[in-house]
Ligand binder design. Sequence first.
Ligand code: ZN
Length: 376
Amino acid sequence: MSAAARHPLADVLAGGGDSGRPPLLVDGHTDVPLRLFERPADLGDELADGHVDLPRLRRGGAAALVFALYVPPEMEAEAGRLHALALHDLVREQLRPGELELAVAAGDVSRTAARGAVAVLLGLENGRCLALPGALPRFATLGVRYVTLCHNVSHEWCDAALDEPRHGGLSDDGVKIVREMRRRGILVDVSHASDDALLHALDAVRCPVIASHSSARALCDHPRNLSDGLIRDVARSGGLVMANSAPFFLDAAAARVQRAVAAEWKRRKGGLPADDPQAREALRRELAAAHPIPAVPLERYVDHLLHLVEVAGEEHVGIGSDFDGITDVLSGFEDVSRYPHLAASLLARGLAPRVVRMILGESFLRVLADAERRAG
Ligand SMILES: [Zn+2]
């Protein structure tokens, strides 16, 4: 058996007739920092909860994951800036040479993989604090490679998909911020942004943008998903739509249950102290138990990926699982050890190994490298 065939993903692709080097799997969106904040853990251990740790990453054959520094939308800009920096500290504590290493450039991922380590790329989820002087340069220096412009609430410079518009897209400051991101080689991530904010951002930067964890609205009508028109717009920019694996973004019945949960969460979260993660977690668990999401199979995720390939083109599709940021998972895609199962499913549905490689991570690395070339 060749060295390549011992890699869990290379093994799967070999079954599809591929004999190349192990694919570089890059999961474009995970909430590991949130997990570390709410439930401290050592990622070197096989954890009994959550979706991500090193033993499972190795079984899944992952080359890199984006760790999103997620800032809750209710935090004001300055509190949010400090929170993101605190999450960054938690991530740094988990890094260890040869096992889990920070990657700040696209080329770092293959070098890290060659050393047998898994790479961590950094994203900032909810860029509200970037209106503060000095915030964007600081996060750029720390190695943040994309910024999700907002979360579920419209803020001072960007409208959210799940909230009322305040600016009809981006404010004038928002336009300046996304242009500054482009100048610094930081990708604009339009997941969570309103449709108008997405179009506005594309127009402002005129370079490849990504949707790091958004699925297809044509298959599951949810405002967090992208219409076929928006998917084409992102693809035309040269960018990427990376499908989210949360069942309620993929399946209509699961989406209905999630809407009921979201409405109750909105009604009751105001009664919780803002700085008490345990209370928030307890409420999340209570609501999840009261409204069980129906089982949704991995195949629904593959449906969305195939739809994206059809609409965007094979070079403009990726994966952004949202692992550690979601409570319910797909049956067959429960955690990062299941990437080979996803690869096998994509092959079984007729995609060529070459296309599966692109979806699993090569296309994301291409867009990242492109942003580095444009910077300066
Ligand atoms: Zn998100």
